[in-house]
Ligand binder design. Structure first.
Ligand code: UD1
Ligand code: UDP
Length: 365
């Protein structure tokens, strides 16, 4: 039986790869090995628990204050030893994190074929997002199979010269994850948010925004909450210390709840009842599009332009003023702009991406 090793290390990779792990294991056509790099710890472990996935290997690389190079080096060393011992026939990586980059590189250096899930996302600005744009382009160079979530992602790959036969449009597995979390009768936290308040969900964590720029994003939120007395904001704080430092500007403010990141089940419940999202997250952009929740993207550019075209996402840039002004426009009573955005779109698929990927792997391996 052929062996597939699936490598993951951060919260979003686990959210987007667990549905595929479950689908491949259910079929029992290949032997499935899961390797966690542990690039994240608590934020990753919660997702694995929610999906009931137990890694076969754990490199446990996370250190406080880790640098990009130190994480890359620890993953390469640890994974190389595992690949040498296990000799899988295929390594699967997802997205654009250090785990995905180092996972693909380790496989490439052992001459093991690579399949890339969520392939072909591009801004073509090497610094935005940093370092993710570099990671995904490099993975694209060495992957044998590219699972593009959308036609647009496929077009990017073909334009770069990838062979037509190596690129498949599958949808994004994040929609599979949403089906899992919202479709099951899990315990739903009440969140204690009175129903006559509008909920704004705010997250920020991009490396290129850390520092003054991120403080400005939090300040924009704070001004919006002051402006609209019927708004309550919830800010799940990413564990990156840089995010925690920036969030000091909103500490103690009435109607802004700063909370630890809820696990994926609770987070999706919260998202589903949100009035307006403000985020720089990739995964949350896709989820908001699938659910039709108007979203302000607090970035200069996005690789999720399908969501912009669908009308659910609006790009605000990173300045406090730009974010505040767009927020004000969308939160004002009876905003026509807001109304136009509130339409779910299936541009990221309908929740069967894992099934499609598993079908393709059965055919090509
Ligand atoms: C990483 C990814 C980014 C992805 C994000 C998802 C890279 C280069 N970036 O960024 O693409 O959007 O994950 O969240 O791979 N920490 C904890 N506990 C955790 C997780 C993180 O304490 O469970 C803290 C640690 O201090 C760690 C820091 O957060 O050093 C940053 O984590 P890191 O994985 O380096 O980068 P992210 O900013 O999370
Ligand atoms: N998420 C979560 N709890 C939170 C914030 C986000 O479970 O407090 C989930 C969210 O639903 C999405 C994913 O984490 O699926 C996005 O991860 P993140 O924003 O960390 O990374 P990105 O998608 O930007 O790479």
């Amino acid at each position: 039986m052929e062996r597939i090793m699936i490598v993951m290390g951060t919260r979003p990779e686990a959210i987007k790869l667990c549905p595929l792990v479950l689908e491949l294991k259910r079929r029992k056509k290949q032997e499935i090995l899961v390797c966690s790099t542990g690039q994240h710890r608590s934020m990753l472990d919660g997702v694995l628990r929610a999906f009931g996935v137990k890694p076969d290997f754990d490199l446990d690389v996370m250190r406080t204050g880790q640098t990009l190079s130190s994480v890359t080096a620890r993953i390469l060393k640890g994974l190389d030893e595992i690949l040498a011992a296990e000799r899988p026939d295929l390594v699967i990586v997802q997205g654009d994190t250090t785990t995905a980059f180092a996972g693909a590189l380790a496989a490439f250096q052992r001459r093991i074929p690579i399949a890339h899930v969520e392939a072909g996302l591009r801004t073509y600005h090497i610094d935005s997002p940093y370092p993710e744009e570099f990671h995904r382009q490099v993975i694209g160079l060495i992957a044998k199979w590219h699972f593009a979530p959308t036609e647009m992602a496929k077009e990017n790959l073909l334009r770069e010269g990838k062979k037509k036969k190596s690129v498949f449009v599958t949808g994004n597995t994040v929609v599979d994850a949403l089906r899992f979390t919202l479709g099951n009768d899990f315990h739903r936290p009440s969140w204690n948010i009175p129903t006559d308040y509008r909920l704004v969900l705010f997250t920020a964590h991009r490396r290129e925004s850390m520092g003054e720029q991120m403080k400005g994003m939090f300040s924009a939120l704070s001004r919006l909450v002051n402006e609209f007395p019927d708004v309550i904001a919830v800010c799940p704080l990413h564990h990156n210390p840089g995010v925690r430092a920036a969030a000091e500007v909103i500490r103690g403010q009435e109607r802004i709840r700063v909370i630890e990141p809820p696990d994926i089940l609770s987070f999706h419940q919260l998202l589903a009842r949100t009035y307006l999202v403000m985020t720089d997250s990739g995964g949350i952009q896709e989820e908001a599009v699938a659910l039709g929740i108007p979203t302000i993207v607090t970035r200069h550019s996005t690789e999720r332009s399908e969501g912009i075209k669908a009308g659910v996402l609006r790009l605000a840039g990173c300045s406090e003023e730009g974010i505040f002004n767009l927020g004000k426009e969308l939160l004002k009573p009876h905003s026509k702009e807001y109304k136009k955005m509130k339409t779910p779109a299936s541009v990221y698929g309908s929740g069967d991406a894992s099934v499609r990927i598993a079908d393709i792997l059965e055919r090509v391996m």
